[in-house]
Design a protein around this ligand. Structure first.
Ligand code: GAL
Length: 524
């Protein structure tokens, strides 16, 4: 009920805002047939942004490539995880997904025709090293060479991310994967291989996508691979997320160090990391709730960005987590501090948050360490005592298809501004942003994505405001160009600017794709 109401609100907003014109788009029209403007741009155009600002779309290897177990690729922890019955909606896998492995030219062509400058893709570690280390799969190397070379030929700049949730399963089996310190060297070796092999053409590197999600969902609530937690078959939510996060930070820093020492001066690229950042707004103005919101921001983005900028974990983590929080040695601090040339912020949503101190029954875990309560499918397990998605009965925003995704454009402004103010205004990319529709919509329904058009218009307007107010954000990447494999939700969620018929794999640009074309080609 609440969901339907929310959807209606979005639709109404979209119509009022002028997105109705989207309905004029011929269903499934090819990009070249699209003569008209898709929808009102909201006054946004490339000219609204600083010179050189980059517009792109983002995706990840496991979600779009397919050929998951072919052409020599080794399995990742996600290939193992999706096989567990009940973990993924309809027990779906990404064995085929949208088959970008074969259709990359078509996909890069669509990007180009929509006017995008860049593609943020990820490299599958186990496609390069099927068992994580040692023997190279040259067919995998050849695939990324084809993809990169085609992008450059067409004029799409590659932004390559080395890790998007997909640890080689062999390392998980051999020594517990990210829980083992050995992962730092293994990742650094893999990263170096990529710099050496692709770095003559790839100038924008990212080490990890959302290390927080890897640590929290993989080891605190167990919703993502490898599915460990205190209540799971195996795991410890009080310690493992912190150990994994520590190893991820060191792995990132080790790779960045190699890049800077051996490759950067010749290849002239840059290296960074991609962090998810939900904006947390205090439920009330009480000091307790305001402090809870600050702790949430520390435990979320600060967990990673604080060590990278300042060389230590946020004070709130040090005080609360105590001896469960690993420490950096003096040498490690040197390596970690300042280990980014830029940072990607993945921003989708915002939650109200209120103070919730632990009591005798609280089971220690990363999430209960926040001493905060809020609402989200990802987080209710952590905060069983209460939802805080409403203030005085009013939701923080309408909800998309994903139950964690409330539409709150002002949250993006606050998140970007927070990074600017708290972390010395680093060079930023808004590296993911988007919303999903349900999976079971037809092509005819799917391409008329008025709610998505309204979402992008409102969020990008807020990004522009943050930049106008001084945030050093130099690029924006929509998630995602194509509908694709959405982790737990499998194919029951569609985040794309382009509808994919999962039976035929045919691509149909949605109104939002044409909307982007009008904004980034700046004709309005
Ligand atoms: C991000 C993630 C992506 C994508 C998106 C939508 O957190 O990096 O892989 O799935 O969320 O849920």
């Amino acid at each position: 009920m609440g969901h339907r109401l929310a959807a209606a609100t979005v639709l109404l907003l979209a119509l009022v805002a002028g997105a109705a014109a989207a309905g004029e788009q011929a269903v499934g029209a090819g990009v070249e047939e699209a003569g008209k403007s898709a929808a009102w741009t909201g006054g946004l155009s490339r000219r609204s942004f600083p010179a050189g600002f980059v517009f792109g779309t983002a995706a990840s290897a496991y979600q779009v490539e397919g050929m998951a177990l072919k052409d020599g690729r080794g399995p990742s922890i996600w290939d193992a995880f999706v096989k567990i019955p009940g973990e993924i909606a309809n027990n779906a896998t990404a064995d085929v997904t949208v088959d970008e492995y074969h259709r990359y030219k078509e996909d890069v062509d669509i990007m180009k025709r929509m006017g995008f400058d860049a593609y943020r893709f990820s490299i599958s570690w186990s496609r390069i090293f099927p068992t994580g280390t040692g023997k190279v799969n040259w067919k995998g190397v050849a695939y990324y060479n084809r993809l990169i070379n085609y992008m450059l030929k067409i004029g799409i700049t590659p932004y390559a991310n080395l890790y998007h949730y997909d640890l080689p399963e062999a390392l998980e089996v051999q020594y517990g994967g990210l829980l083992n310190r050995k992962i730092v060297e293994a990742f650094a070796d893999y990263a170096e291989f990529c710099f050496k092999t692709f770095g003559d053409r790839v100038k924008n590197w990212m080490t990890f996508n959302e290390p927080r999600v890897v640590a929290a969902l993989g080891y605190d609530d167990g919703a993502f691979a490898p599915g460990r937690c205190t209540k799971c078959k195996a795991g410890n939510s009080a310690t493992e997320p912190y150990i994994v996060a520590h190893h991820l930070i060191l792995s990132h820093a080790a790779a960045a160090q190699i890049y800077r020492h051996k490759y950067q001066h010749v290849q002239k690229g840059r290296i960074g990391i991609l962090l998810d950042f939900v904006w947390y707004e205090g439920l009330t103005n009480s000091t307790a709730d305001q402090d809870a919101a600050q702790r949430s921001r520390d435990f979320h983005v600060g967990w990673f960005l604080h060590p990278i900028i300042y060389g230590e974990y946020p004070k709130s983590l040090q005080v609360i987590v105590k001896e469960r929080l690993p420490r950096f040695t003096a040498d490690e601090i040197q390596m970690v501090k300042g280990s980014i040339d830029y940072v990607g912020i993945n921003q989708y949503t915002a939650y109200y948050v209120r103070d919730q101190q632990p009591n005798a029954t609280t089971i220690p875990s990363y999430s209960s360490d926040w001493h905060a309560a809020f609402a989200s499918s990802f987080l209710t397990f952590f905060a069983p005592l209460g939802a805080a998605d409403e203030r005085n009965g009013v939701p923080i925003g309408p909800r998309a298809n994903s139950d964690w995704l409330y539409i709150v454009p002002w949250g993006l402004y606050k998140a970007v501004t927070y990074v600017k103010e708290k972390y010395g205004n680093p060079t930023m990319l808004l590296s993911e942003n988007g919303m999903d529709d349900p999976g079971n919509v037809t092509v005819a329904q799917g391409v008329h994505d008025t709610a998505r058009v309204a979402y992008y218009r409102s969020y990008i307007t807020k990004l522009k405001e943050a930049i106008d107010d001084g945030a050093n954000c130099v690029g924006y990447f929509a998630w995602s160009m194509l509908d694709n494999f959405e982790w737990k939700l499998g194919y029951t969620s569609r985040f794309g600017l382009v509808y994919v018929d999962f039976a035929t794999l045919r691509r149909y640009p949605k109104a939002s794709a044409y909307w982007f074309r009008d904004v980034v080609t700046g004709k309005n």
